[in-house]
Design a binder for this molecule. Structure first.
Ligand SMILES: [Zn+2]
Length: 567
């Protein structure tokens, strides 16, 4: 390369002389200005780029990018001008720079005022910038902006002046065609003479967005982790560690066909966990059949589970499939599995081992593909020891045990569950209560929950029934004293639960009086009792009738009268 540009000392270089410095080197396809390689590119592309910058990082950051681009260009141009023009008056150096701007096609500078006094560090410039390429970008394609648009030119002029004078000069654009003014007007002064020079300096500093992005990315990862950490399982609700552990185990079980044994006190939500496993498994589109083994008379359980052929026994008038056949390809949930008759236990073992069964009174072997989830609220191991449960079946079921903790061991889930049941029953009863009183909330948290989640649900339902629209649910709505028995707890005046006082001398009169005060009418008391029985019996009308010691038709009649619908 043969471009000697150092200290050419061209006096008052005009645009003609400057343009001689531009070289198009055909042999290697490069363009040079002095010692710097240049690039000719279409302005439209730069406009597109600017538009994308604004859309991607916002106007302020885009402005910063272009001001810094201009700033860097200005430094290079100042160096170039100093080399070309050498030792001339600073005003002349400036004018050379203006010529250079024209040559590069960025702007035509009209000097309105230029005062330079290096000795007194005085500088003042007022420049009319004609045909700014940046204003053009906005006018032609990007649309007018709210503020001055010649960002790169401001950066360029500022750094150019600062480099030439060895003093920090800041230019500002006071009027701009890019925002609808007649001219683009630049005013330049030493930085310290601008009140807001610090704000301006910030534009020239790089503001690495990458740190911010990394930070956000970390936050996202962390949040995602937290979300993953709370594996959702069906309709289960909770956030406690004990709850999460259950969900984790259940989700793992869902991936295969392993038999699962759910152990936990009554009311902890074993059926929901079983349903959750089914829904998370590859069998989710197939049937989920839940059977409460304790609710079926022992002599009927075999026929109920495995099916029956016509005439197998008195009353078997037609052949029908059992629950296992109905659950084919899906999941069967056997609650209170310890209640299975010995014969049913033997058949279940065969289903688990061979995937085969015969209906009662039938010799045909049928193949079933069913995932078994068993549950018990007493220790199966103890039942084996007591000789009530087959050891081989126990081992078969106990391959993947999941212990579901009682509610008293996951107190932090009570508020979530309470909110869920409140919403459920407010919708069901078409009520809008004001939620629980603080005392009621405290009482819920202090209670021991022997009946676990089911008890909590019943209590919230009762609270919703008792509260009027726009009324707060008070503690005594949740824990009415009529429910007291020797083992229960009552609410003390301070809001903590204490063991109930000994029964009053005249027995029943106390609670009947309170019940009447509480409910106001015989019908309301009746409704509360019926709802309670239904809830305890899990909507099994026959069982609820037994609890109330009335016949099923009588209860059905009362349900109709009280307008209670049973699912
Ligand atoms: Zn402008």
């Amino acid at each position: 390369m043969n471009i000697a540009t150092k200290h050419l000392n061209i006096k008052h270089p005009d645009i003609k002389q400057l343009s001689k410095q531009v070289r198009f080197q055909n042999h290697d396809g490069t363009v040079w200005f002095g010692e710097q390689r240049m690039l000719l590119m279409q302005m439209a592309s730069l406009t597109t780029f600017r538009k994308e910058q604004i859309l991607t990082v916002g106007l302020e950051r885009a402005k910063g990018f272009f001001m810094r681009l201009g700033y860097s260009l200005g430094q290079k141009d100042a160096e170039l001008v100093k080399r070309l023009a050498g030792d001339i008056e600073p005003e002349e150096l400036f004018r050379t720079g203006f010529q250079l701007d024209s040559l590069k096609g960025s702007v035509k500078v009209e000097e309105l005022k230029l005062e330079i006094d290096p000795e007194n560090q005085h500088f003042y410039a007022l420049l009319n910038m004609h045909d700014s390429y940046e204003a053009e970008m906005f006018i032609s394609q990007l649309g007018l902006t709210d503020g001055p648009a010649c960002w790169a030119l401001v950066g360029h002029t500022s750094s150019f002046a600062s480099e030439l004078l060895g003093q920090e000069i800041i230019f500002k654009e006071t009027h701009c065609r890019g925002c609808g003014d007649q001219h683009c007007l630049f005013e330049g002064k030493p930085a310290t003479e601008w009140e807001d020079h610090q704000t301006y300096r910030n534009y020239f500093k790089t503001a690495p967005i990458i740190e911010e992005l990394y930070d956000l990315q970390n936050q996202v990862t962390e949040l995602r982790h937290q979300v993953d950490d709370t594996p959702s399982l069906g309709n289960l609700i909770g956030k406690s560690g004990a709850f999460k552990q259950v969900c984790r185990l259940a989700k793992k079980a869902a991936t295969g066909k392993v038999s699962v044994l759910l152990q936990g006190e009554t009311g902890v939500g074993k059926e929901l966990v079983a349903k959750g496993i089914h829904d998370s498994s590859g069998r989710s589109s197939q049937p989920f059949i839940a059977v409460n083994c304790a609710a079926i008379p022992p002599d009927l359980i075999e026929a109920e589970l495995f099916g029956v052929e016509k005439g197998a026994f008195t009353g078997a008038n037609t052949s029908r499939e059992g629950r296992f056949e109905r659950a084919h390809l899906g999941t069967i949930f056997l609650d209170e599995v310890v209640e299975l008759s010995p014969r049913a236990q033997a058949t279940l073992l065969r289903v688990l081992q061979e995937g085969e069964l015969e209906r009662v009174g039938d010799s045909q072997t049928r193949t079933v593909d069913v995932r078994v989830i068993a549950a018990t609220n007493e220790s199966l191991a103890q039942a084996v020891e007591a000789g009530r449960f087959r050891a081989d079946l126990y081992y078969r079921l106990n391959v993947y045990p999941i212990d579901i903790p009682p509610l008293r061991q996951r107190h932090e889930d009570i508020p979530l569950l309470t909110a869920h049941f409140l919403e459920k029953y407010e919708t069901l009863y078409g009520k809008n209560t004001l939620g629980l009183s603080d005392l009621a909330t405290k009482a819920l948290l202090n209670y021991d929950w022997p009946g676990n989640i089911r008890e909590l649900e019943n209590i919230i339902e009762r609270g919703v029934i008792l509260a009027e629209d726009s009324e707060t649910i008070d503690a005594d709505y949740l824990f009415p004293s009529m429910r007291q028995d020797n083992n229960s707890q009552v609410l003390s005046k301070s809001g903590t639960l204490i063991d109930s006082a000994p029964a009053p001398e005249h027995g029943a009169t106390n609670w009947t009086k309170q019940a009447l005060e509480q409910f106001g009418s015989l019908e309301k008391i009746e409704e509360a009792l019926v709802r309670f029985a239904l809830s305890e019996a899990e909507n099994n009308v026959a069982e609820a009738a037994r609890m109330l010691d009335i016949t099923r038709p009588t209860l059905a009649y009362r349900l109709k009268k009280l307008n209670i619908e049973v699912e």
